[in-house]
Structure formats: structure tokens, C-alpha cells
Ligand binder design. Structure first.
Ligand SMILES: [Fe+2]
Ligand SMILES: [Fe+2]
Length: 228
């Protein structure tokens, strides 16, 4: 079975309006058990390469860039090797739930309807559900679940969670993700930020969207200076 089909089935098992037949889901779960958690991680990495239809590399580059930024932040903070590895895996797979969003919505130029936003906003919950299917990867589920929360609250999927209650890895990925999104070329964005513009933007959102302590670390990482 093709890996993307397998992961789509798992994503649709609970979250799509059109629920796949139980036989197909059972088949997917059986395959997953055979793969084991290492095989499943490998499969998800492969799927992350192909999230974008038509062979565009945007999603894979995005995942790799977020990994790079997040791991550098972990190193500056002196996190343990195992904590860093956990955050690396979460960064790699943070948007895997987007496999459940139709490509026409994911790559739509122009404004999204409210209904389309609802579908996109499900991706952290779907992603957490996908990684939970494998023992060993379930440890990254809560990081993936909360990577779009806001430090002061009001993010998604849980607007009530805030501050240190948001997992550290999710707070690190939130900054790394935004930085890559605003500095990378995208078909539907007119402005591509320079690093200086992005630093100003991240600073502007310190304490509201982002953890202020991590903002200092992230800017120090970008400037190659010690955090102030
Ligand atoms: Fe995301
Ligand atoms: Fe992302």
C-alpha cells in the first residue's frame, strides 16, 4: 500500500466527513503494527516529502527549515539530547495533519472561506492523532497538537491554554514555523520578509503570540549572538 494512502486513511478515520470503511481502516492499522514505530516515523518522513501535489518541494523544505531552527534553539537553551530529539521529530512532523486538507484549500490563492479555515485549523489535532498511532512517536503528539497556540491564549485548537502550559517544544516550533513562513517565497504571498523584517515581526508579537524568553533566544540565534 502506498504510504500517503495509509496516512490519509488514518487521518480520515476520525476527522474526515467521509469516513472510510472499517475494513480499510483495519487494514491500515494492521500495516502500521507491522511497520513498528521506527518504520512509521520513516513513512511519515516520506509522506512529509510529498505533501505538496505536483512535486513542489515547499512542504518538505518548510519541515526541514523548522527542524533546523528548532534544534538550534534547543542547543542554545542547553536542552538534553533526548529532549532535543523529541522536539526535532515534532518539528519534522508538525504539519503532517495537513494531509487531511484538500490540496485546493491548502494551496488556494486569495482569501479562505470560514469553512475552509475550519478544515485547515484541524491539522494540529489530526497530526497528533496520526503520530499517536505508533508507540514511541506518541511522545510528540502534544507538541504537534499545540504548535498553533498563542502564549497569551486564543490560539488553536485550545484557546484556553497559555504560557508555560503550552509544551516547550510547541512554543519553540511556533516561532520557528512563523519565521520560515514569512521569510520563504510562497505563491499566495506578496511580501517575502527579510531576516530583519522577520525579527521586527517576531518582537512585535513577543508575549502575545510567542514566549518572550524564546523570542530572545531565537533572535540571538538569528544574529549569532548570546541571548540578552
Ligand atoms: Fe501548522
Ligand atoms: Fe508549519
Amino acid at each position: 500500500m502506498n504510504g500517503i494512502r495509509l496516512v490519509k486513511m488514518i487521518a480520515y478515520e476520525k476527522f474526515d466527513d467521509v469516513v472510510s470503511s472499517q475494513i480499510i481502516v483495519d487494514e491500515a492499522v494492521k500495516l502500521l503494527k507491522m511497520l513498528g514505530s521506527e518504520g512509521y516515523l520513516h513513512l511519515l518522513e516520506t509522506v512529509a516529502h510529498y505533501l505538496e501535489p505536483g512535486g513542489h518541494r515547499y512542504h518538505y523544505d518548510h519541515a526541514s527549515n523548522v527542524v533546523r531552527h528548532a534544534v538550534n534553539v534547543c542547543r542554545i537553551m542547553g536542552l538534553s539530547a533526548s529532549e532535543t530529539e523529541k522536539i526535532r521529530e515534532a518539528a519534522l512532523l508538525h504539519d503532517i495533519g495537513k494531509i487531511s486538507v484538500a490540496p485546493q484549500i491548502l494551496h488556494k490563492k486569495g482569501y479562505l472561506t470560514e469553512d475552509e479555515w475550519v478544515k485547515i485549523k484541524k491539522h494540529p489535532t489530526v497530526g497528533a492523532h496520526i503520530v499517536k498511532q505508533a508507540r514511541g512517536l506518541d511522545r510528540v503528539a502534544s507538541i504537534i497538537m499545540h504548535h498553533h497556540e498563542r502564549y497569551a491564549g486564543g490560539g488553536y485548537p485550545n484557546p484556553d491554554i497559555k504560557g508555560q502550559h503550552i509544551p516547550l517544544g510547541a512554543r519553540i516550533i511556533a516561532i520557528s514555523d512563523t519565521f520560515d513562513v514569512i521569510t520563504s517565497p510562497r505563491p499566495y504571498r506578496q511580501i517575502q520578509y527579510t531576516t530583519d523584517m522577520a525579527i521586527r515581526e517576531i518582537r512585535k508579537n513577543s508575549g502575545t503570540q510567542f514566549d518572550p524568553e524564546l523570542v530572545r533566544v531565537f533572535i540571538a540565534y538569528l544574529n549569532h549572538t548570546p541571548p540578552v
